[in-house]
Write a protein that binds this ligand. Structure first.
Ligand SMILES: Cc1cc2nc3c(=O)[nH]c(=O)nc-3n(C[C@H](O)[C@H](O)[C@H](O)COP(=O)(O)OP(=O)(O)OC[C@H]3O[C@@H](n4cnc5c(N)ncnc54)[C@H](O)[C@@H]3O)c2cc1C
Length: 390
């Protein structure tokens, strides 16, 4: 059984087909080995870069393909649907947006073409800190202007892919909170060239996690960043980061839909083929219905995602739809994962089936890049008009 492809106008069938073809060179065994060794899937990222998929959203004037977000979503969905994981490289698609929307023309001309050509990697996004967590405006990393440089001190956590990135988008405080009118003022975005500072004023420590994610914590100790690496205006960084959230939510939702489809296809195939008590297990409604339910949940989430994508590509600001899509798709992929393990019985726990690996991987989306509670808070406050809870 193969789930029918999406049929709306922004589905990019040719892109989906070529991503699927590329992913066929990276089968379960490849991902299992990376997972076992907690190794970065360099060959896969290299292949995606060479095929131009990671620069899909960079405008043509900066040597990218200039494709809409729907194309990015199609690429990420197919990677996940094929059994792979785009976590090693997806960030470039949305971190690049901060530079594209708010960077100066010089910054864009300096970096975007090199990123599009695959010569520079912009994979790291330093926002979360250990003490402030979800409360981003309370972050403590500071950047103080000293002549023509900022001097950065502090710590970030969960800065994924920083070991495999040349550049980092860094959010830090340039004006103390007690000197600003709003909590979210006084934060600024710096484009950090990590190659210069690494192992001197910037220390990276990998964090081992339950899935293979190349995530790290980072320490800044008087790290000097040229003042012209400030993106946009000083003090307005929080807004710049927020402006990329819809794209991020949509792209992550697409990955979740890809995961859900993988689980559903895998479970359906197994339920049809595995015979116990002299009949396929999928003939039992106790096995069949959870698969059907997971399918229905995935399709509903996919519809909301489709709406979010259509609005985004039409130039709207679909905060509600992007948030709902992310939450519903993450729930759909998690429900499908749970169903897939159950359908496989004991084999759901065996490494060689890939189910347990994908199960661990898809759990992340309930928490990162934004936790489900914070999406519900968004809906409560911004969609339903209820009082802010925090
Ligand atoms: C593998 C991984 C990769 C990541 N990659 C990156 C990255 O590249 N860059 C980056 O900047 N960050 C990254 N993150 C961080 C991620 O965005 C945060 O973990 C996430 O936003 C939650 O923050 P926290 O872990 O500090 O949880 P906390 O803020 O401590 O929250 C803990 C729990 O409490 C809940 N909670 C907190 N406040 C409220 C409230 N007011 N109402 C209701 N519930 C609440 C949360 O929903 C959560 O479930 C990554 C995280 C992981 C695990």
């Amino acid at each position: 059984m193969s789930i029918k492809p999406p049929t709306y106008s922004l589905d990019h069938p040719e892109i989906r087909e070529s991503v699927t073809r590329l992913c066929a060179d990276f089968p379960g065994e490849y991902w299992r080995r990376c997972d076992r060794e907690q190794a970065y899937p360099s060959e896969f990222v290299q292949a995606l870069t060479a095929a131009g998929f990671l620069s899909a959203l960079i405008p043509e004037q900066y040597e990218g393909s200039g494709l809409p977000l729907s194309a990015g979503a199609a690429i990420l969905e197919e990677i996940h649907r094929s059994g792979g994981n785009a976590g090693a490289c997806h960030a470039q698609m949305y971190t690049m947006g901060t530079l594209l929307r708010h960077g100066s023309e010089t910054q864009k001309e300096t970096y975007l073409p090199a990123i599009a050509r695959g010569e520079l990697r912009l994979q790291a996004f330093g926002v979360t800190e250990p003490t402030s967590g979800t409360d981003t405006s309370s972050l403590r990393t500071t950047a103080r202007l000293d002549g023509d440089h900022f001097v950065v001190n502090g710590q970030k956590i969960w800065t994924s892919r920083s070991e495999y990135s040349d550049l980092m988008i860094l959010l830090c405080r340039t004006t103390p909170q007690d000197k600003t009118q709003k909590k979210t003022d006084g934060l600024s975005v710096l484009l950090v060239d990590m190659r210069e500072a690494r192992d001197k004023t910037l220390t990276i420590r990998p964090i081992r996690t339950m899935m293979n994610h190349a995530t790290t914590e980072i320490f800044f100790d008087d790290m000097r960043v040229p003042a012209h690496h400030l993106i946009g205006e000083e003090g307005k960084g929080f807004r710049y980061i927020l402006s990329g959230m819809n794209a991020e939510r949509i792209l992550i939702a697409a990955e979740c839909i890809g995961d859900a489809k993988w689980f559903i296809e895998k479970a359906t195939a197994y339920a049809a083929e595995r015979s116990v008590f002299g009949r396929p297990i999928g003939q039992n409604q106790g096995v069949q219905f959870p698969i059907a339910r997971a399918y229905a949940q995935m399709r509903a989430a996919e519809l909301v995602l489709r709406e979010a994508i259509q609005l985004y590509d039409a130039g709207e600001n679909p905060g509600e739809e992007a948030n709902l899509a992310k939450m519903l798709a993450a729930e759909a992929s998690w429900a499908a994962a749970e169903m897939c393990v159950q359908t496989h019985g004991g084999f759901g726990f065996a490494e060689e089936y890939d189910v347990e690996r994908k199960f661990r991987e898809t759990r992340l989306y309930q928490v990162a890049p934004i936790s489900t509670n914070l999406i519900l808070s968004y809906v409560g406050e911004h969609v339903l008009g209820l009082p802010r809870s925090y």
